[in-house]
Design a protein around this ligand. Sequence first.
Ligand code: FES
Length: 563
Amino acid sequence: MKNEKKRNLRSREWFDTPELYGWTRQAALQGLGLDPGVYRDRPLIGICNTWSELTHCNAHLRTLAQRVKEGVWQAGGVPFEFPVISLGEFNMRPTAMLFRNLLSMDVEECIRANPLDGVVLLGGCDKTTPGLLMGAVSADLPAILVTGGPQLTAHWRGQELGSCTDCRRFEAELRAGRIGQEDWLDLQGAMIRSPGHCMTMGTASTLATLAEALGLALPGNAAYPAADSRRTRLAHRAGRRIVDLAERDLKPSRLLSAASFDNAIHTLHAIGGSTNAIVHLLAVAGRAGIPLSLKRFDELSRTTPVLLDLKPAGRFLMEDFAYAGGAAALLNEIAPLLDLDQPTVTGKSLGENCQGARNDNPEVIRPLDRPLEPAGGLAVLYGSLAPDGCIIKHSAAAPGLLRHEGRAIVFDDHHELLEGIDDPDLEVGPGDVLVLRGAGPLGGPGMPEWGLLPIPRKLLRSGVRDMVRISDARISGTARGTVVVHVCPESEAGGPLAAVRTGDPIRLDVPARRLDLLVEPREIKRRLAGFRRRVRPESRGYRRLYFERVLQADQGCDFDFLR
Ligand code: FES
């Protein structure tokens, strides 16, 4: 990596101009209390903040921003905190995913339009992290991601619980009549006990970890809890570090490569990470102009053992991961699989970042020679029901269902599912395959996390806890079950999912990587010839843009013109 200092800071272009604006911009800075001697010829650093009280996972980010600022000042830069839209997973309807691309555009244009030489990105909740990364990669200024950190482990009636894996588990118990309303409300008050994002290996934790593997976050970013002082010190370090990056112009295009994405994919499999990370990595790679396909995820899954024993698939939580050594210890364990020469925001290589990192709990982070599973927990399936691919997190599925043939029970949309799933007259058995369509990028719209179709109440009461479920939706990274998601093309785009009828046989064969509708191809074609779109595209605003330009999940659900 070159050691040369950047000679001309980008921000100078804003001030060294003879037009009036060069003068007014400096007047504005002085209006903020900055003397020319303070801001001239120093890197101007943006702190791009997805803070919002509507995004509870990110509600503490202004405190972290303060520490970033102090670090920037200390290293000789000048910090400017600025807001971008925030995407709260719990509150936004129909789904925060609908707005991820909007956040990425906000980030890109705010960075590009302002006199900045580098940026620290503050995010945490599921869609904020990929939105920040996509925007920053497109803007291509030096950038460091600092995530807000996971919540502390929840404790309830002697059990350690993780949001929202255990919310879903207890919801099933409630529906089965095994716990009562009083228990359910008591649990509600115990589940989120500190600032931070969900503390299972859900999407937020997965992306915070992958950012380290990609070289875009400092060591320690993945796992320190939001409430841990090491998180605030990490923010301070990021503030100091970005100044050097800005001076050297060490930007994402100089850090990211096909090899760094391979590192991230190995890491995704080794941690048993969220299926959503596949969509987001495809989108970030698309922004970086690096070819990446779904097939690569499956190829690397077959050669990457699962080492991390975290919920939703395993036993532990993010706090345990932090105390075991965090991402550095994990990366050190899988070092033989990685390209350790890849550069990172530390100014060192990935190998230097993780070399010698201690693994203080080999039950949480298994050693490479004693993995939890010999191969990765995510698989990409193809077949007549998913010609462009679909995903299953088989590490979180029932082993007995990974090869399964059953009768389809079809729901045309989420509303129909909610109306019909608990109907006592629904003819359904434990061997049937529940199918939801109309839930993809166009159908949802926004590809909501509806893929974990509820088990029909009458089956729950007879003890059934898992069935094969198939959809063009996503699932939360905190979910578990035999759930096939991201079916491409989605039904609303005229994919074969639109042709399935209740009673059709479907075969799932995860070892063979197949998902097939066992109906004559000619009949599938005949049914699709009569396909009509169900969702009426919006006529104005961002949603119109979304309907016109969003790509399918196998291309990261980005807009075609942003790749
Ligand atoms: Fe924000 Fe789970 S709700 S990460």
